[in-house]
Design a protein around this ligand. Structure first.
Ligand code: BGC
Length: 561
């Protein structure tokens, strides 16, 4: 029973890797990555140990929002390949034991989508109500825009009919009207299509926005947005029992919780934006407590659901849920220049540059990512410590091509450099210094470190499945936590500070039962095991920015970790 459960709920301890085929590997040699290139790099991902690939949008698109502006939900951007190439890729990934999920953008389409082209022709066009319109002038909505500086209203007047359409994002991304039965049918059909081709689920973009049904009065279908999400999930799981919804819901925990559904029947997983943002406060202050406090406030979630943990994603590092003082502290530490900041709330940088290339600190953060309660999610290039290129506008700074080698165009493409989909960073974080080929040859590289973390994480079901508890101890710079699953207990320690520190603490209650003499903490990343005192107390030495993983051995009899 346990075995069936642990393999069925595969997302509970998966390792997710997000990439954009456009920037991963260019097989055609025209400067843009493609699916046939990606197929050639599946073994690389398999060697790293990830077991779920998240594809950023690859649908036909005018690319005004990097593919998050879709013109056809049933097809592939011809620059990236054909449906046949996508199927070959999915098949190859599955052959190597990996699952594939993909971004699915329900909130809006591109304004070039044939539905919108039709919809804006006249008020009685059959596609009119695929979108959300109002005939009276909208109030000031400048505070509701998602991209301040790029938008000043969420409504734009359309010349042909003199009415305003809703766009929570850019003006060229009209919101779909999900209270329209035909729109719901189209969405279900598109999801069914991709499941049939072999996808294992979807990363749902901007969930609170798409569920919001401003403007349009309900049609002849029930108007509870959460009921709609449940219905969509039921549909998806009828088509594929293993398919997941991984939702982007950047809200405080108590609001976020609703999107799992009371019975765990809405989103399967959600990114933990609150923990991510507070991780950076802890890093900026060399103080583990902001993160510890945040994690301790996290509400319990339905058993089959899971959090997705991440350090960086493809967007700006949003700090929107922090207090002004904490946000400023992070800006000051990791992005003091205006050009590094975006939308007044975030940073367009990757972690290694923010940490000034400090290997110990970078490794501490990734060790933490793999031990926090939830499913770790990597953004391509994190495994080698890629930096950003601030010369690329907006969020494009962190979406530069994957750095494979120190050769021409970082081994990404044979095209002339001027044809590349985006220019690489130069200097300390450029491909001459940071690339996958060199790191795969060097056993001490970040790549090997991350691969080892992945392997360890997969060996430790406590981390994905267990309960989580922050342990009390006096060192402010240290996060010490326990993960308990069945009769097994792990202790994880991370030092956010630049000084070595001695941590004295005691096992939590779950660890004190059945302790025999000679019980000890088995070091899972090295061989500095720690003996336990009779009362379950222990003393742990932490290096500057140190990280340690232990599993409790209740008796002195040594056994395999
Ligand atoms: C994606 C962004 C995108 C936006 C609009 C987001 O949540 O992560 O990259 O620009 O949705 O689709």
């Amino acid at each position: 029973m346990r075995i069936a459960q642990t393999s069925d709920l595969w997302w509970k301890n998966a390792v997710i890797y997000c990439l954009d085929p456009e920037t991963f590997y260019d097989d055609a040699g025209n400067g843009t990555g493609d699916f046939s290139g990606l197929i050639q790099r599946v073994d690389y991902l398999s060697a790293l140990g990830v077991n779920c690939i998240w594809l950023m949008p690859f649908y036909p698109s005018p690319e005004r929002d990097d593919g998050y502006d879709v013109t056809d939900f049933f097809n592939v951007d011809p620059r990236l390949g054909t449906l046949g190439d996508v199927v070959e890729f999915i098949r190859t990934a599955k052959d190597r034991g990996m699952r594939v999920i993909a971004d699915f953008v329900i909130n809006h389409t591109s304004d070039k989508h044939p539905w919108f082209v039709q919809a804006r022709k006249s008020v009685d066009n059959p596609y009119r109500h695929y979108y959300v319109w109002r005939s009276d002038p909208p109030p000031d909505t400048s505070k509701d825009v998602v991209f301040p500086g790029e938008q000043d209203s969420i409504w734009t007047k359309d010349a042909a009919t003199g009415e305003w359409y809703l766009h929570r994002f850019m003006v060229h991304q009209p919101d779909l009207n999900i209270s329209h039965p035909q729109v719901r049918d189209e969405i279900a059909k598109a999801m069914g299509f991709w499941l049939q081709l072999g996808l294992d689920g979807f990363r749902l973009d901007a969930v609170p926005f798409f569920l919001e049904t401003i403007g349009e009065p309900p049609q002849d279908i029930p108007h509870d947005p959460h009921e709609y999400l449940r219905a969509l999930r039921r549909f998806v799981n009828r088509r594929s029992g293993e398919a997941i919804f991984l939702g982007e819901v950047n809200l405080p925990y108590k609001d976020q919780l609703r999107y799992f559904g009371d019975e765990g029947d809405e989103l399967t997983m959600m990114f933990d934006f609150m923990a991510m943002q507070n991780l950076y406060v802890s890093l900026a202050k060399n103080d583990a407590r902001p993160l510890a406090r945040t994690l301790s406030k996290r509400p319990p979630i339905p058993g089959d659901c899971q959090w997705a943990m991440f350090v960086r994603n493809h967007d700006e590092l949003t700090l929107d849920k922090l207090s002004e003082a904490d946000r400023q502290a992070v800006f000051e530490a990791f992005g003091p220049e205006e050009d590094m900041q975006l939308y007044g709330r975030g940073l367009r940088r990757r972690l290694p540059t923010m940490l000034d290339g400090d290997q110990d600190r970078i490794r501490m953060v990734y060790s933490l990512l793999f031990t926090l309660p939830g499913t770790p999610t990597l953004f391509y290039g994190e495994e080698i410590g890629m930096g950003e290129n601030l010369d690329v506008p907006d969020r494009g700074a962190v979406r530069t091509p994957m750095q494979w080698t120190d050769g021409k165009n970082a081994g990404f493409s044979d095209a002339p450099a001027s044809k590349l989909v985006a220019p690489m960073p130069e200097g300390r974080f450029g491909p001459e210094k940071i690339n996958a080929a060199n790191q795969m040859r060097d056993p001490d590289s970040l790549w090997h470190f991350v691969a080892r973390l992945i392997q360890r994480y997969r060996d430790c079901p406590e981390l994905g499945w267990g309960t989580f508890e922050v342990l009390k101890q006096p060192a402010k710079a240290v996060l010490l936590h326990a993960s308990v699953w069945q009769d097994s207990l792990m202790l994880l320690a991370h030092n956010f500070g630049p000084d070595a520190v001695t941590v004295r603490a005691a096992l939590p209650d779950a660890g004190r039962q059945d302790l025999e003499s000679g019980a000890f903490l088995l070091d899972l990343l090295g061989d500095n095991h720690i003996g336990l005192e009779d009362d379950g107390g222990f003393t742990m030495e932490m290096k500057p920015y140190g990280y340690r993983w232990f599993r409790l051995q209740r008796s002195g009899a040594n056994r395999l970790p």
